[in-house]
Design a binder for this molecule. Structure first.
Ligand code: AMP
Length: 304
């Protein structure tokens, strides 16, 4: 069997209502899989696996087809699309979830379509860990499995989160979640606890303070965030980061230390576009050239 240099991603498909100090939008495209598709598709063919209701505005995701994104794993079920609503504080690192309505997610049983199971790269994006496990079991022989989660699942489905961590290669987690999961304040101490459970890599995201890659076999890598004059909406930055990072790895198929580092840079730069506007508005407009140009500027800022 010849496994494909593609990414398969399972996650949420949502309609979001978001309020930030820069404005408010209602029922806009959200959920991890669309940020991931729009980001990863700029690098490698991407299969998304999720569920939407019969109220979903399919025309809004048409652009993803031209971006190498395959929707065969996007199931349409009778009922309402998952809806999430959140409000950001003046300090946009802090947000409150105002409501979560599961809709068709409540009965979702992910089925990998023909082709998606043979992808070499798998991203288990933020959804209930039971669904993530289900997808992992359907994969043929992925080369790299990445796992993302959120505080909700660490608090309510801790055992399943821990079971998954033992089975994956890369854990992508933010600073608050790693403390919740491991009890450690320091990302280095928390990551070394996770690495002892099985994964080879941990990426700790620290919002506007950048991210850290901690590996079992290689020295740590520190990556600052790209400085932006004005961020409008941080929603989906983490999903964009994970999508671009995994898309870059799928495209290059190289897990060497320096390529892992480069994948973090591409994740960082792609996510910096997402926060410039609400939903996937900015991500929709950009091309690979925009990313390369910003990578070039970024390089000048970290060189010494
Ligand atoms: P992020 O800003 O990277 O945490 O991702 C934001 C996206 O996560 C939003 O578009 C939401 O629709 C989605 N989301 C919020 N809560 C959940 C949840 N409980 N399960 C899955 N996805 C969620």
């Amino acid at each position: 069997m010849h496994y494909k240099q593609e990414l398969t991603a399972v996650g949420s498909a949502a309609l979001d209502t978001i309020e930030t100090p820069h404005g408010k939008v209602e029922d806009v495209l959200g959920g991890s899989v669309f940020y991931i598709g729009a980001a990863a598709g700029l690098f490698a063919p991407t299969n998304i696996v999720a569920v939407v209701g019969d109220d979903f505005p399919f025309d809004e995701i048409e652009f993803l087809r031209e971006r190498n994104v395959n929707f065969d794993g996007l199931e349409t079920a009778m009922g309402d699309t998952f809806r999430w609503s959140g409000r950001y504080h003046k300090n946009m690192n802090i947000r409150d979830t105002l409501s979560t309505e599961l809709g068709v997610f409540a009965g979702f049983e992910p089925k990998l379509p023909f082709g998606a199971a043979e992808a070499k790269y798998l991203l288990l994006a933020n959804i209930h860990p039971e669904l993530q496990l289900d997808v992992l079991e359907q994969m043929e022989e992925p080369r790299l499995v990445a796992f993302d989660t959120m505080n909700l699942w660490i608090e309510t489905a801790r055992e399943q989160v821990l079971e998954l961590i033992k089975k994956v290669d890369l854990v992508i987690i933010n600073d608050e979640e790693i403390t919740l999961l491991t009890g450690e304040i320091s990302p280095f101490a928390g990551a070394s606890k996770i690495i002892k459970m099985g994964p080879r890599y941990v990426v700790v995201k620290k919002g506007e303070h950048g991210s850290v890659l901690i590996s079992r076999d290689d020295p740590p890598f520190l990556c600052p965030a790209f400085p932006l004059a004005e961020a409008k909406d941080p929603t989906g930055a983490g999903d964009t980061f994970a999508g671009a990072m995994m898309g870059y790895l799928a495209a290059t198929d190289d897990l060497g230390d320096f390529n892992m580092r480069r994948s973090i840079i591409y994740g960082t730069i792609t996510a910096s576009f997402t926060v410039e506007d609400f939903s996937i508005e900015r991500l929709k407009q950009i091309t690979s050239d925009d990313i390369e140009e910003r990578v070039r500027v970024f390089r000048t800022m970290v060189e010494f």
